[in-house]
Ligand binder design. Structure first.
Ligand code: F0G
Length: 478
């Protein structure tokens, strides 16, 4: 398809109302124009989706038709791993799309990690989203949110963050100069790798005395009061971009659907976006079956696990039992319970996309599990030794797949894709402490979180500054 034709098609699509915002609550279903900025339905307060009238848009007949885009990599729109699937998120004209080259990510088959998880050979895949420009999957969504923000004329964009959303927002802001970035972070809760990105990119960084859940509440209030564009995953446009992680997985598998997608769960934007991707692909007849979805919480931030697996909360055709959620949150308040995990990216107790995630779990016959910090760090060390590496939260997917294998929920012969959400260098403190020979450093960072051993530590060896000793040590250890 010629790009000029595409640009023309997209402008026409928007004029003829191909996309709108729609309340996810089937009892409400209120619609809202695409140009409006909202993070919740005006009528009932539920979350919003972007919905398309596919009959008015040019959707390829087969997913493999997207391969034509590979020959157009010289065009920024087609170089992007998000926008080369523009036809499946057609809410903005091609000439208004924001891209900084996001989504050049890799699906790597790893037998090393597969063995650790308990899979048969060639069955485990790692989807490396850390290869995005800001080092995490967030860029997939941020380019979409920025595109919408630009359409609405926004001058400032804000987020609360455990670190990666803020790094991504700060980066898009500094590269595109379209908007000023304002980021809210909890005190002492953000890894240095991520904080350094926000500071270096020049974002206005507001550190509030509280955790992510507190920062999230505040940023919603402040954005409303000051008319700042909110780019957290509660923003439905962001999730449109994140759908493409699944499209790239399918692309790498030559359009075959895997048996399982395993993803860490924090604010539940990814799992929600993945579910929406599969709902739409099925509706469009582009796939004929869907993978099962496993969402993995950290044990210290396990709201979804508690609600879904322990209290039986379900999507229930869009009518989840809100009393179960209300009771759970009151109990957290009474106990003054705060999320606490080494996987700081997913240290979240009140996930904003809970309902959408329930919908995804419903559609994809999903399961939810929780894994300890010990399991996360051991899995992370295995990913480092047998893959490209990842930050702690990402390794929850591998630890979760291992647990599901041990339980027999995942069979060794099934094809499993674990999403590695963030780059290894995002949180060097956790990595170095795990591999450290210094017990104090280990205890300081990990011991206080119940991590008692580093089963796969690769310890540095100390040698005198002497040639013979160095040679002897290398011969001994290699
Ligand atoms: N993995 C990483 C590396 C993350 O940064 C996050 C979320 C998640 C997993 C969870 O994804 O929210 O879609 O369920 N980080 C957010 C942030 C909350 O502020 O950077 P989710």
């Amino acid at each position: 398809m010629a790009d000029t034709k595409l640009a023309r098609t997209n402008s026409m699509q928007l004029e003829s109302g191909v996309a709108h915002q729609r309340c996810i609550n089937p009892q409400c279903r209120a619609t809202l124009d695409i140009a409006q900025v909202r993070t919740a339905c005006d009528r009932c307060g539920d979350l919003l989706d972007i919905e398309y009238d596919w009959s008015k848009t040019a959707v390829p007949k087969r997913l493999s038709d997207f391969e034509q885009m590979w020959s157009q990599r010289h065009l920024p729109l087609r170089f992007s791993g998000v926008w080369r699937f523009h036809e499946l998120l057609p809410f903005a004209p091609a000439d208004k799309v924001v891209t900084v080259g996001e989504g050049q990510t890799l699906l790597q088959q790893s037998n090393e990690v597969g063995k650790y998880v308990g899979m048969a050979a060639e069955k485990l895949y790692l989807q490396y989203e850390g290869m995005n420009p800001s080092g995490s999957f967030k860029d997939n969504g941020m380019c979409a949110a920025f595109t919408h923000a630009r359409l609405t004329g926004a001058k400032r964009a804000a987020c609360a963050s455990t670190g990666n959303t803020s790094a991504s927002l700060a980066m898009y802001s500094s590269v595109t100069r379209l908007m000023k970035a304002v980021i809210f972070i909890g005190s002492g809760k953000i890894s240095y790798g991520k904080l350094s990105q926000a500071l270096d990119y020049g974002a206005l960084t507001v550190q509030i005395a509280g955790d992510f859940d507190d920062a999230m509440l505040r940023v919603k209030e402040v954005s409303k009061d000051l008319g700042i564009y909110l780019v957290n995953s509660i923003n439905p446009f962001r999730l449109e971009g994140q759908k493409t992680v699944m499209l790239r997985v399918l692309e790498a598998l030559r359009w075959n659907v895997p048996d399982w997608i395993v993803v860490p769960g924090g604010n539940l934007g990814n799992s929600s976006a993945f579910g929406k991707a599969f709902i739409e692909l099925k509706e469009l007849g582009l796939i004929n079956r869907v993978p099962r979805l496993a969402v993995i919480n950290a044990a210290g931030a396990d709201t979804l696990f508690q609600l879904y697996e322990r209290r039986g909360l379900r999507w229930n055709n869009g009518q989840p039992d809100m009393a179960i959620i209300g009771d759970y949150y009151s109990d957290l308040d009474t106990r003054k319970a705060k999320a606490d995990t080494i996987a700081s990216a997913i240290e979240i107790n009140r996930p904003v996309n809970l309902q959408k995630c329930l919908r995804a779990l419903d559609f994809c016959d999903g399961v939810v599990r929780k894994v300890t910090d010990q399991e996360i760090l051991d899995a992370k060390a295995q990913v480092g030794a047998g893959g490209i590496g990842c930050e702690p939260a990402s390794a929850a997917s591998v630890a979760g797949a291992k647990l599901l294998r041990e339980e027999g929920v995942i069979a060794p012969s099934e094809q499993v894709v674990c999403i590695l959400t963030g780059h290894q260098l995002k949180d060097p403190t956790a990595t170095v402490a795990y591999h450290s020979t210094d017990q104090d450093q280990f205890n300081d960072v990990l011991g206080k979180r119940g991590v008692s051993r580093a089963s796969f530590a690769n310890r540095a060896i100390a040698v005198p500054n002497d040639l013979d000793d160095i040679v002897r040590a290398i011969q001994l250890y290699s």
